[in-house]
Design a protein around this ligand. Structure first.
Ligand SMILES: [Zn+2]
Length: 307
């Protein structure tokens, strides 16, 4: 399985258009030690012909253009992208679907609840339904493995195990609608395997023993690196909610992911979905060094993985 990391940032990207935090200000001034980052996007394939996107970021069309393996190669209208697997209905994970609307046939894998939020409650998503063979939605059930399939229904050689990892729907979903939906379908982490196992967990609210057991079985882990501390946005006076209240376990501090996953047996561990305020983005700073000393990497755009 080939895995390509096309974007690594949390919602808003880095720098974020309306943010003047230390990281964003230095990035604009050209004095930040690492380059700008687009919003999290991963693509994977078992045969390097048929590709699947893990979520669809608002930067997806730019990310496709900068990745030659995702360019059309079979006629005037063609895409090697067979499908999109959605782990939640968050905008930074799903908005890019709307940008893939040009009558391109796509398989969309999502829980029934996420499908209902996008298709039934947001009329713009009907742009994906203008022709019969355009978007084909497949309901994903947490805990039930399934195979990713291509446009023609053929198996793509990648098995996916979806796991329910948080029970919080995006804040744009009305309370009444949330009450009708199954909370266990709100946020998924997924384990993708074609022999070796990739874990994709961009949003994790809590780590329990059953999740730890799954993570210990992985060859590569892409994990929630959104915030460094629980009170990151409050301390910067740009938000009122803690990281945990937003569904993200912070990287540092006791009970943070570095601490709770310190005994993890997975040999390659990378943080993704990194918010622009996170001090670990600064490769000259102590937070970045702590991540590296703990055996973790901070994912970079353009990173290729072979599993
Ligand atoms: Zn910022």
């Amino acid at each position: 399985m080939r895995v390509e990391i096309l974007g690594t940032a949390a919602g808003g990207g880095f720098p974020q258009w309306n943010c003047a935090c230390r990281n964003c200000s230095l990035a604009r001034a050209g004095t930040f030690p690492t380059r700008s980052r687009t919003q999290l996007q991963v693509a994977l394939s078992s045969d390097e012909k048929s590709w699947f996107l893990l979520n669809a970021s608002p930067d997806v069309t730019r990310q496709i253009e900068s990745s030659s393996f995702l360019h059309p190669s079979g006629g005037t209208r063609h895409s090697p992208i067979s499908g999109v697997l959605l782990t939640s209905a968050e905008l930074d994970q799903s908005l890019g679907l709307l940008l893939l609307r040009e009558y391109q046939p796509l398989q969309v894998f999502a829980t029934a609840s996420v499908r209902r939020i996008l298709r039934e409650d947001n009329s713009m998503f009907s742009m994906l339904e203008r022709s019969e063979d355009q978007a084909r939605w497949h309901d994903v059930v947490p805990g039930t493995p399934f195979n990713l399939c291509s446009q023609t229904g053929g198996q793509a050689g990648i098995e996916c195990l979806p796991l329910s990892v948080a029970r919080r729907y995006p804040s744009y979903v009305p309370t009444q609608r949330t009450a009708e939906l199954c909370a266990c379908e709100a946020v998924l982490g997924v384990i993708l395997s074609s022999g070796k196992r990739l874990g994709y967990f961009p949003s994790i609210g809590k780590i329990d023993d059953s999740l730890l057991e799954q993570l210990n079985s992985l060859d590569v882990l892409l994990f929630d690196g959104t915030f460094w501390t629980d009170d990151e946005l409050i301390r910067l006076q740009i938000g009122t909610r803690t990281a945990r209240e937003m569904g993200h376990i912070p990287v540092s501090s006791p009970d943070g992911s570095l601490d709770l996953l310190s005994g993890l047996r997975c040999p390659k561990k990378m943080f993704v979905h990194i918010n622009n305020t996170n001090p670990m983005l600064d490769a000259t700073g102590p937070a970045w060094q702590k991540v590296r000393d703990s055996g973790w990497e901070i994912a970079e755009e353009g990173c290729h993985l072979e599993l």
